[in-house]
Design a protein around this ligand. Structure first.
Ligand SMILES: *[C@@H]1O[C@H](CO)[C@@H](O)[C@H](O)[C@H]1NC(C)=O
Ligand SMILES: *[C@@H]1O[C@H](CO)[C@@H](O)[C@H](O)[C@H]1NC(C)=O
Length: 337
């Protein structure tokens, strides 16, 4: 008898919870979009996009971010967009998460939904240039996506249009044994859609260039004091430096391999590798917004003896990156904000 009474009740509960599950998400979204509408009346803002928690923590640990008293954050698609001011300038900060999908998605959201004037993208990166050191900060002038490949059989030939070729057989050990079943990799160009181009027609793109005016501002930094020590017992052998105008590359690959590092440096003449910058730059340029990339070098991308240095020096690199970001925000002309 009791079971008979339970059943309709259970059904009601199920229907109700299904209703709640379906309706909660759009309501939250609507609420967030309403807040954003109000926030945009007070715009424009500078968009700040970083990647991982270490970088976020280092940025907030500087104490320069003053959260908005009314709406300190708004959540959207699982990400938290934080609203506030840095040195008197209005900013919106988001941690996008690792990889190019996260980077492009968060950038497009930032540009579509918020009243932003441009994007400052920052984080840590692997160092592939032997004239650079861990702790240094690089503000590249251009970034290539080096993870868009044609992967061919040993007898296959790489497309004429590809920008570079990696023959896996030439990395055999012992060297000189020739062919390898993994064959060749051809590096493709990106398809770049842009509001300033012809609609629906993509251009081929290798190097996505960060905005020249912002790069110019970055070259005119006042003195930037970068940290040399993680703590009292762990220091870098030399004073870190800021270098503006090098090349960087991005792929959904964490590079921790000396041979591949060397290939990237020799082939693309890049100084740093990361997993987001090209996506943020391409997305910003597609939409016609200024963008700059600020990356602190945390490790040697495979060149090291033993363990990757990111565990030891990641937080130091993130702190130096944050300092450069603050320096750049200081340098941005104030009148527009
Ligand atoms: C490597 O870094 C140094 C700065 O430390 C720079 O002068 C040089 O041009 C970089 N190499 C390449 C290939 O970009
Ligand atoms: C300094 O930092 C390193 C790396 O995180 C750690 O292994 C070491 O114990 C720290 N030393 C002191 C004195 O805090």
């Amino acid at each position: 008898m009791a079971a008979k009474h339970v059943k309709p009740c259970l059904l009601l509960v199920l229907i109700f919870s299904a209703y709640v599950c379906v309706s909660a998400e759009p309501n939250n979204r609507k609420k967030s979009l309403n807040i954003i509408k109000q926030l945009n009346r007070r715009g424009p803002y500078i968009g700040l996009i970083t990647v991982i928690r270490t970088e976020e923590n280092a940025f907030f640990a500087t104490g320069s971010f003053r959260p908005d008293p009314k709406y300190p954050f708004v959540d959207l698609s699982g990400r938290r967009f934080r609203i506030g001011k840095v040195h008197g300038k209005k900013v919106i900060f988001v941690r996008c998460g690792v990889g190019m999908v996260n980077a492009a998605a968060a950038t497009q959201q930032m540009l579509d939904l918020f009243d932003v004037e441009g994007i400052i993208h920052f984080g840590i990166a692997g160092n592939v240039n032997n004239s650079m050191s861990i702790g240094d900060v690089t503000i590249p002038s251009q970034v290539a996506h080096t993870g868009i490949w044609d992967w061919l059989n040993p007898q296959g030939t790489v497309d004429q249009d590809d920008v570079a070729q990696l023959d896996i057989g030439s990395y055999n050990v012992p060297t000189g044994s020739g062919a390898n079943l993994l064959g060749h990799i051809g590096y493709r160009k990106e398809q770049f859609f842009s509001k300033s181009g012809e609609p629906n027609i993509a251009q081929s793109l290798v190097w996505a260039k960060t905005s020249p005016q912002w790069l110019q501002l970055a070259s005119n930094f006042g003195e930037l004091i970068l940290e040399q020590c993680v703590n009292s017992s762990l220091c870098l052998p030399q004073k870190p430096k800021l270098v503006v105008g090098l090349r960087a590359s991005t792929a959904n690959i964490f590079v921790d391999n000396a041979a591949y590092r060397d290939f990237l440096f020799q082939t693309f003449h890049i100084s740093s590798v990361d997993m987001e910058s090209a996506a943020v730059v391409m997305t910003s340029l597609s939409n016609g917004f200024p963008v700059i990339v600020i990356r602190g070098l945390s490790d040697l991308a495979g060149q090291q003896q033993g363990e990757n240095a990111v565990k030891k020096f990641g937080s130091l690199a993130a702190l130096n990156t944050a300092k450069a970001v603050l320096g750049f925000i200081d340098n941005l002309p104030g009148h527009a904000y």
